[in-house]
Design a protein around this ligand. Structure first.
Ligand SMILES: NC(=O)c1ccc[n+]([C@@H]2O[C@H](COP(=O)([O-])OP(=O)(O)OC[C@H]3O[C@@H](n4cnc5c(N)ncnc54)[C@H](OP(=O)(O)O)[C@@H]3O)[C@@H](O)[C@H]2O)c1
Length: 253
């Protein structure tokens, strides 16, 4: 039987690149997001390439009942999963220190509390054998000043701590838990695409000042690393690893 991965928030951006990577590598994939049309478009593509290789489940992970529904559907369709990538998150809101209370609450909910709830609901579906992996997508904003909303920084910091606590907790059960903190990643319709369209010169100046390798991160960079950490042959002894994937942005001497 093929290995199975569920990626939360997998119709756009980083999540989409991750789910495409796993599918290219022969895994069966679970696509989830809120927009049903996008889910269908992607799962149809996958199933045309390989029959019955993708399932799509519409679920808003900010809602308790929809998280339960996601778990029920996965249980019906697959019973067990080999890997879950907890990708849903959002850095939107007032930048820097001036965010409002409601923005703070929403950011903490989206980037931490909702992820924890999804994790707790889905954990029973993960196979308890060496090589089963859980990957969290954080952000370098949890550690360095990238002018993100402060609420995003502390929510992602909480997520980092939660992931490390789970790595310890689940190690005896042979489930590996790792976390990737991306830096500046170009996504379709995202902040960096807009900045690039507004002023190519300013965009290039920003890169030369802030990203030592001299280029913006691509969603495929994140997908490659997520896959490496989910591939038993590469990393069945790695747990509790936190990686900044940022072209050197967070190097601190
Ligand atoms: N892009 C960057 O530069 C960057 C940098 C560092 C870290 N990150 C982190 O990487 C992750 C992905 O970011 P991204 O920029 O790739 O995001 P994105 O392009 O906005 O895509 C988000 C995905 O999640 C789905 N989604 C959003 N809210 C959801 C919800 N409540 N329930 C279910 N699905 C939901 C969206 O589909 P629907 O709208 O249909 O639900 C979409 O498929 C986030 O955790 C983010 O914090 C991103």
């Amino acid at each position: 039987m093929n290995k199975r991965v569920l990626v939360t928030g997998s119709t756009k951006g980083i999540g989409r690149a991750v789910v495409e990577k796993f599918h290219d590598k022969g895994w069966d994939v679970g696509v989830t997001a809120r927009d049903e049309a996008n889910i269908r478009e992607l799962t149809d593509q996958f199933n045309q390439k390989r029959q019955n290789s993708a399932i799509g489940i519409k679920a808003d992970l900010s809602l308790k009942d929809e998280v339960k529904f996601l778990k029920q559907r996965l249980e019906q369709e697959w019973q067990k999963v080999d890997c879950i990538v907890f990708n849903v998150g959002s850095g939107s809101g007032t930048k820097g220190l001036m965010s409002t209370s409601s923005e703070n609450e929403l950011s903490l909910k989206t980037n931490y509390l909702d992820v924890v709830r999804t994790f707790k609901n889905l954990l029973p579906l993960v196979k308890k054998e060496m090589g089963s992996t859980l990957i969290f997508i954080g952000s370098i904003a949890q550690e360095i000043n990238v002018k993100a909303p402060i609420s995003y920084s502390y929510a992602k910091r909480a997520l980092n701590n939660f992931a490390m606590a789970q790595a310890l907790e689940l190690a005896p059960e042979r489930i590996l838990v790792n976390l990737i903190n991306p830096g500046h990643i170009l996504t379709r319709g995202g902040t960096w695409e807009k900045k690039m369209e507004q002023s190519k010169t300013e965009f290039e100046e920003f890169i030369s000042k802030n990203i030592p390798v001299g280029r913006i991160g691509q969603v495929q960079d994140v997908a490659d690393l997520v896959f490496a950490y989910s591939n038993q042959e590469l990393s069945n002894y790695s747990t509790g690893v936190r990686i900044n994937l940022d072209g050197g942005t967070s190097i601190n001497l």
